[in-house]
Design a protein around this ligand. Structure first.
Ligand SMILES: [Zn+2]
Length: 444
């Protein structure tokens, strides 16, 4: 016996297919991953590791093992508003329904339980890491800590009274407090900042927020170039496109994540490439709110890092990244009238390595490689809609669903085993979500 194999690993994961998303895009049949202290210690064919001992050995003869999905844009507490207001113009939806509902109903209790509801949905459908942008982010962070998922959590900044920050003059102080509290507190949580948009934050707010982000060395998220209305307003006020305007403020760099990025001209895309801005594409939200279609193919061709997000539950209305992948690929095809646009393999990359790069976590997650943190999901391939199987990427994007996810590992910890969460009490979370919905309906 090889000496190294005497060491008991914490976890041995074994499956029919191991899709690594490593730089060579290796796919192994009958593969094994060995995990110790939350790290992928070794990876390869079963026959190489037959004698490897582990405290826990999970075998999936029909399992496809792959990196956990990375959702680069969401608003976790908004699951409280799932289906509250649909089929409305974005401006009316936001100003007449979402902003008033947030000011009346988002408090520490609803932020916490709404987040847990979202996190439960996410982990059960294969997301192991998400980027959130919202208010009362401290309570979102408490929910994430309880769930065991990995997350980048960005305190929201907006020039209006917001949950937890009734006086907008205090929004940077609140953001600073949140970052100080969570930086280095929980290894799976990175604090960050999220400016709501170019039309809800002044130039001064945007610049001061970015300076604060630079001081702490955290990511800066911004809803950018989402609607034609934003383009018209910024043109009227500043004589520029939203992207050229924020570039002129000096707030764009490789630690900036542009969310939506629908209305971009060629010069805007050159700015993205030059400044190294990362893109979070949220196709279902953009379709539902009729915002437009992000030019993802053009961004990819320019070498700009792109990733996928679900956006919040009020504009999607679910957090299933498999559905998002399917829509992302098909939307580009119909928009460009080109069935070769945005291949399934590119979309799987966007949801794994692309997400990790967007969040600056590519050294740690996004692929199954030795030395990376063990953020892994297992799908059950023994389903009628997944038979027969010719191409793994095609199956993941066009046929698989979040409900095919059987087990989920984050940082080496099994958070979902055979469809059941190990940490979270689903019944309690759904009861709390139902009760919050009942109270909101009663008061509206
Ligand atoms: Zn959003």
């Amino acid at each position: 016996m090889n000496g190294a194999y005497m060491m008991p690993y914490d976890l041995k994961l074994q499956g029919r297919i191991l899709l690594t998303m490593n730089p060579a895009r290796e796919i192994l049949e009958d593969g094994v991953i060995l995990i110790k202290d939350g790290v992928i210690h070794d990876i390869g064919p079963v026959r190489h590791f037959e004698s490897a001992e582990a405290k826990k050995h999970l075998i999936y003869p029909q399992g496809l093992i792959m990196p956990g999905l990375v959702n680069t844009h969401t608003h976790l507490p908004m699951s409280c508003f799932r289906g509250l207001a649909d089929d409305l113009p974005l401006k009316r939806w936001l100003e007449d329904f979402i902003f008033p509902a947030e000011s009346r109903f988002i408090d520490p209790h609803t932020a916490y339980w709404g987040s847990l509801l979202s996190l439960a949905e996410m982990m059960l459908s294969g997301t192991t890491c998400c980027a959130d942008g919202y208010f009362l982010e401290h309570h979102v962070a408490l929910a994430v800590e309880k769930s065991g998922l990995r997350a980048v959590l960005a305190q929201g900044i907006i020039d209006f009274p917001a949950p937890g920050v009734p006086d907008p003059a205090e929004n940077l102080t609140a953001a600073s407090r949140f970052i100080s509290e969570w930086q280095g507190r929980c290894p799976r949580i990175q604090p960050a900042l999220f400016c709501h948009s170019t039309v809800t934050c002044s130039s001064d707010t945007l610049m001061r927020a970015k300076a604060l982000g630079q001081k702490f060395g955290v990511l800066f998220f911004l809803h950018l170039a989402e609607t034609q209305g934003e383009v018209e307003k910024i043109d009227r006020l500043h004589g520029k496109s939203p992207t050229a305007y924020v570039d002129s403020l000096g707030i764009l760099d490789s630690r900036t994540v542009g969310v939506h990025c629908v209305w971009l001209n060629d010069r805007d895309m050159d700015i993205f490439a030059r400044q190294g801005i990362k893109v979070s594409h949220t196709p279902e939200s953009e379709m539902k709110l009729a915002s437009g279609v992000t030019p993802i193919v053009d961004l990819v061709e320019r070498g700009i890092v792109t990733s996928l997000g679900t956006d919040g539950c009020a504009s999607n209305n679910d957090l299933d990244m498999f559905q998002e992948m399917d829509v992302a690929a098909k939307l580009q095809k119909v928009h460009r009238l080109d069935s070769t646009a945005l291949s399934a393999e590119t979309v799987v990359w966007m949801s794994t390595m692309g997400g990790a790069l967007t969040l600056g976590l590519d050294k740690y997650i996004g692929s199954l490689e030795k030395g990376k943190r063990a953020d892994i999901i297992v799908l059950n391939l023994r389903k009628p809609h997944l038979v027969p199987l010719y191409d793994y990427y095609s199956h993941l994007v066009y046929a698989a669903k979040g409900s095919d996810v059987e087990s989920v590992v984050v940082d080496g910890e099994v958070l979902v085993e055979n469809g059941k969460p190990t940490r979270l009490d689903l019944e309690e979370i759904m009861d709390q979500g139902t009760e919050i919905g009942r109270r909101i309906r009663e008061k509206l």
